[in-house]
Design a protein around this ligand. Structure first.
Ligand SMILES: NC(=O)c1ccc[n+]([C@@H]2O[C@H](COP(=O)([O-])OP(=O)(O)OC[C@H]3O[C@@H](n4cnc5c(N)ncnc54)[C@H](OP(=O)(O)O)[C@@H]3O)[C@@H](O)[C@H]2O)c1
Length: 285
């Protein structure tokens, strides 16, 4: 597996397995199958409600903890104690308990909402204590990312953002490279929106290589040095999504895929007040 080196020297596999929207009761089976297929990088979150199942699958696999890269995410804290830093610590401890681990490889602020400066201060301590080998953020637009960096000690190692052929994020990535932040794609297939799997441009490139559209999309992201975490509940697709290291897209093919960019989200706008309020009023600890 190809790795990227994060800004604190930690190595992160460029391809992993995401478990968003896999129901809790199906997650253990799916993660066991993913580990069997060869995935060693897993991406979950407190808000997915399936950290315990991820932990159970890891335990059942017998794979040494040191061979795995595990990410989880902190949901927006609501400070029932009146202290967001304390709440962040408690919420992080809950995630570790559910995962059955004494550290995670990457801990992310899930949303750029609420008092995430206090959350980040707590996460800096968690990182220094070695309970998260790296810390980062998710869904941060460049302005929020730069502001967080400029007013804190530790630069986020990763920003996990919606990135796929219809929302390519080239300018965001350029800024992240300048600031030492690794881009990670969520929704690499746009969850199939915009008929991604039958898109004519992607299908033509796939045909050139005797690969699937899914494989071309993952290859395109990896060639852009974007970390990817595709989700599938089907073992044959899990295997297919891992099998993307034996072909290379040409500059001409990369250029053709570049034309698909719409520059806009296919999911939600973090600057829409209704969405901000909806996300901000959900509770996970
Ligand atoms: N930070 C955030 O706010 C955030 C938001 C969303 C997602 N994420 C993370 O990113 C991960 C990936 O994103 P996502 O789960 O939203 O969507 P995605 O990976 O873009 O798409 C998943 C969909 O594609 C299908 N699929 C997978 N492989 C396929 C293949 N080879 N051929 C055809 N269809 C295929 C899956 O169906 P089957 O399962 O039926 O195969 C599923 O419907 C998540 O699991 C999560 O870890 C993070």
């Amino acid at each position: 597996m190809q790795n990227v080196t994060l800004n604190n020297g930690v190595e992160m596999p460029i391809l992993g397995f995401g478990v968003f929207q896999i129901p809790d009761e199906e997650t253990q089976i799916a993660v066991e199958a993913a580990l069997e297929a060869g995935y060693r990088h897993l991406d979950t979150a407190a808000s997915y409600g399936n950290e315990s199942a991820v932990g159970a699958a890891i335990k059942a696999s017998g794979i040494p903890r040191g061979d795995l890269f595990v990410t989880t995410k902190l949901w927006i804290q609501h400070a029932p104690t009146g202290n967001v830093q304390e709440d962040t610590n408690r919420t992080f401890a809950n995630s570790l308990d559910r995962l059955g681990m004494d550290y995670v490889d990457l801990y992310l602020i899930h949303q750029p909402l609420g008092d995430y400066y206090s959350e980040w201060r707590a996460m800096q301590d968690i990182n220094k204590e070695g309970r998260a080998r790296a810390i980062g953020v998710s869904n941060f637009h460049p302005d929020r990312l730069v502001d967080l960096i400029d007013h804190n000690e530790i630069v986020p190692a990763v920003n996990q953002i919606e990135t796929h052929p219809f929302h390519q994020r080239a300018a965001d990535q350029a800024l992240m490279i300048e600031r030492g932040v690794q881009i990670e794609s969520w929704g690499p297939f746009a969850e199939g929106r915009n008929n991604l799997f039958t898109d004519p441009v992607l299908s033509a490139v796939a045909e050139d290589h005797g690969k699937s559209v899914a494989q071309v999309v993952l290859r395109w992201l990896i060639q852009r040095d974007v970390v990817v975490i595709p989700k599938s509940i089907r073992p044959e697709r899990m295997a297919q999504n891992l099998d993307v290291f034996d072909f290379t897209l040409t500059d001409e093919q990369m250029g053709r895929i570049a034309t698909l960019d719409t520059g806009a989200s296919l999911f939600f706008d973090h600057r829409d007040p209704a969405m901000v309020s909806w996300l901000g009023n959900r509770r996970y600890s």
